[in-house]
Design a protein around this ligand. Structure first.
Ligand SMILES: Cc1ncc(COP(=O)(O)O)c(C=O)c1O
Length: 369
């Protein structure tokens, strides 16, 4: 093959991201397109963030603070940990790679659910590790089976909570049941990218467990509820000794100046976050009702997206929705053919989506009968 590429790189598959709005407009000649494909925040970011971004323009010629000092202070204060326990990156996506690069040797195993965020698998394979995929239980993670799958070779266990793409969670008592069964030398990653949307009262307080379990890492992001996906900023919380190594492996300027300033401002606007959460809850209730009326099975979610059965081939439904200017994520790309993952949008977007869905299903079911 040439180039002297590492065999791990040759085996990797390119990540298929949600289609960008501009691409759909270009390809289909549409002027109005809505994207409910990548679990972004349909309300955008807080006005306080916009103001902070404007004020930052004058500093664009300067490198950002390599230590992320203000950002780490703001995060630490917000969740009640020490700044030395916090590490930041260009989205939690990069942190997944940093963690894999820091921990995995070729042949090491990392355990994950069969249907979960695909970047755990990619990060593992990049380092020559082996992904152990554990089948789902009731559309959620089978955390008992995941722990049963630990061997001498296991280095990492990835617990995505809420899980992308199913939106399911495991609760406090579930975590308490398994956590002591995980050996100290196995790193437990709690990926909580969607934590701000969780409505279940029994959701585990992972931060409270950090002191007792130094092998635990929590990942969170500003891309979802804080509406900063385009700026790329995520963070991890872990034992401070481990954090030192992650900071060594990560690049000094991974979090750019604008992302740092925006994230600090976002954490200060608690009222905006509440509006985001309320809008998501109302959208979720609306979509549940509409799915019921359409006779579509759905998985109850604790995130800002819902997995709903597609009734017809999900690839066809995806393309038909695209033609109507609505981008969603077809299940076949997520390991769940026959399903769609739709991000909960604004009221208007949700209504547009439901209207289009109804029209397509009516048409297609007539054609097929
Ligand atoms: C479960 C989960 N973790 C991590 C990420 C990465 O988010 P980001 O890199 O934008 O912080 C995503 C993005 O969709 C996700 O769904």
């Amino acid at each position: 093959m040439g180039y002297g590429l590492r065999k791990e790189v040759l085996g990797l598959e390119m990540y298929v991201a949600g289609k960008p709005i501009s691409e759909v407009k270009r390809e289909l000649g549409l002027t109005e397109v809505i994207k409910l494909a990548s679990n972004e925040n349909p309300l955008g970011c807080s006005p306080k963030v916009k103001q902070a971004l404007k004020e930052t323009i004058e500093e664009a010629s300067l490198y950002p603070d390599a230590s992320n000092y203000e950002l780490k202070m703001a995060i630490a204060k917000n969740i009640g940990v020490k700044t030395s326990q916090v590490f930041c990156g260009t989205g939690s996506d990069l942190l997944i790679r940093v963690i894999c690069s820091t921990l995995l040797n070729p042949g090491d195993e990392s355990i994950m659910a069969e249907v979960t965020f695909s970047r755990y698998d990619a990060g593992t394979k990049l380092m020559g590790g082996k992904s152990i995929l554990v089948p789902m239980k009731d559309n959620g993670l089978d955390i008992d089976k995941m722990v049963d799958s630990i061997t001498d070779k296991t280095k990492i266990i990835w617990l995505c909570n809420p899980n992308n793409p199913t939106g399911t969670i495991f609760r406090k008592d579930d975590l308490e049941r398994i956590i002591d069964r995980i050996p100290e030398n196995v790193i437990v990653i709690m990926d909580e990218a969607y934590i701000e949307y969780v409505t279940d009262k029994e959701y585990p307080d992972s931060i409270a467990l950090l002191d007792k379990y130094p092998n635990m890492i929590i990942l969170r992001t500003f891309s979802k509820a804080y509406g900063l996906a385009g700026l790329r900023c995520g963070y991890g919380i872990a034992n401070e000794n481990m954090v030192k190594y992650f900071n060594t492996v990560a690049g000094p300027f991974d979090v750019n100046l604008f992302a740092q300033k925006a994230a600090v401002a976002a954490l200060q606007d608690k009222e905006y976050l509440r509006t985001v959460q309320d809008t998501n809850k109302a959208g979720k209730d609306y979509l549940y009702e509409e799915f019921k009326k359409l006779g579509l099975e759905y998985i109850e979610t604790n995130a800002n997206f819902i997995m709903v059965s597609s009734k017809i081939d999900d690839k066809i439904l995806f393309n038909e929705l695209l033609r109507k200017g609505i981008i969603i994520r077809p299940g076949y790309l997520l390991g769940m053919p026959g399903w769609l993952r739709v991000t909960i949008g604004t009221n208007k977007q949700n209504e547009q989506f439901v209207k289009a869905l109804k029209e397509i299903l009516d048409e297609q079911l007539i054609i097929n009968n």
